[in-house]
Every structure is written in C-alpha cells, then in structure tokens.
Ligand binder design. Structure first.
Ligand code: C5P
Length: 216
C-alpha cells in the first residue's frame, strides 16, 4: 500500500484554512483533522472544570486525557474558546502531547489533511504538500464576524479585529512552535479570493505533488 499522503495547511485565524482543508479532504478522499479543535478542547474542558488557564500542569493533565476522535465542533467553535485555546497552546508539554496524537492521526492510511499553525514546521515536516494560507487582518475579521452571525451570535467588528490581532501576536510570538510558513510551503493569500478560487489553486498544487506518486 502507498505511504499515507499528507497535506499540511497552516495560517492565522480566519484565513480560510478550515474550509480549504475540508474541500481538499473531500476531493482527495483523505482523513481530516482540524488541530485547532484539539487546543480548543483542552481550554474548553479547563473552563468547564474551573481550572485556571495559567496552570501548565492542569493543562497538561487535561491534554493527556483528550480523545481526538471525540471533538464537538459546535461547542468548541465559540470565539472565547479560541482565545483560551491560544493561551494553553503556549505550554510545551501540552503541545508535545497533542502533537503526538496528531502525528498518529496523520500516519493512518490513506493519509490526511491537517490544518493548524505548526503542521508544516513541526507536526508533519515531511508532508507531501504544505500550504500557508493568509489574508489581511481586516478580511479575516469580517469573515469571523460573518461566521458568528451565521450562528445567530452578535459581535462588534472592531472587537473581532482586535481579538484576531492579539491572537496573531501570541501565536507568532510564542517560543515553542510559533506560527510561520515552512521554508517549502506554498503561500496562498486569500484576501481577494473566494473559496472556490482558493480550492482550485490548492488542488492544482496537490495534483502536481501526486504526479510523482502511484495514486493515494
Ligand atoms: O485554528 P483555531 O482558531 O481553532 O485555533 C485556536 C488556537 O489554537 C490558535 O489561536 C492557536 O493558539 C492554537 N493552535 C496551535 N497549533 C495548532 C492549531 C491551533 O497552537 N496546530
């Protein structure tokens, strides 16, 4: 059987990674893992159990008990959970535990699309395809606001933009596995692209990588 085929997608909050990852996984019949949900699940469990987010040992224990197969996107997608997730994501022990689980997922045939912040640099440095997806902070804030409103929530655009910028700073500035493109990543700026164009661009990149292989 062919080696698992892995597509790594990284980028900041709201760049369109999630939708792109889902479209690619559907098209190429690959497993799909949104690694942000794993950090969100740790933060959410801690909030539920009244554990302080600034306690690395509590975060580590929570991460160890996490089952990647049981992540509830609806509960975890709340805006506040994303903010809390980026706080627990700075702890090296939490990252080590979650990265191990993410690697096991990627190694499962036929392979997977993983999206996050450190997939191409740390989780799957040998991925067959690496994409780094960006968009301007203003465009990302408007997309996040539309997502919140689609779930019948309300938010203020200036507030969402401020949250996005704070999260970018924390994710790019942390010592362990900061958000950055891998040297061999393809850069995809989706500021002026709709999702269909982004998907077609990414699909073409993946097809080139597949040409050298005997299928997935
Ligand atoms: O992508 P999402 O907004 O769900 O991620 C929530 C937070 O989890 C991010 O802001 C980041 O701090 C953290 N994260 C990470 N590494 C990943 C995925 C997410 O540090 N691979």
């Amino acid at each position: 059987m062919a080696e698992p085929f892995v597509i790594a997608i990284d980028g900041p909050a709201g760049a369109g990674k999630g939708t792109l990852a889902r479209r690619l996984a559907d098209h190429f019949h690959l497993n799909l893992l949104d690694t942000g949900l794993s950090y969100r699940a740790v933060a959410h469990r801690m909030l539920q159990e009244d554990l302080p987010l600034d306690d690395p040992a509590a975060a580590e224990g929570t991460a160890r008990n996490l089952d990647l197969g049981r992540l509830d996107r609806d509960v975890l997608s709340a805006h506040a959970v994303g903010e809390a997730a980026s706080q627990v994501a700075v702890y090296p022990e939490v990252r080590r535990i979650l990265v191990e689980k993410q690697r096991a997922f990627a190694a499962t045939p036929p392979g997977a699309v993983l999206d996050g912040r450190d997939i191409g640099t740390v989780v799957c440095p040998d991925a067959d395809v690496k994409l780094f997806v960006t968009a301007s902070p203003e465009v990302r804030a408007r997309r996040r606001l539309a997502e919140i409103e689609a779930r019948h929530g309300t938010a203020d655009l200036a507030q969402v933009l401020a949250d996005i910028e704070r999260r970018d700073t924390r994710d790019m500035g942390r010592a362990d596995s900061p958000l950055r493109p891998a040297d061999d990543a393809h850069l995809l700026d989706t500021s002026e692209m709709d999702i269909e164009t982004a998907f077609l661009t990414a699909r073409a990149i993946v097809e080139v990588a597949l040409e050298g292989r005997d299928g997935i």
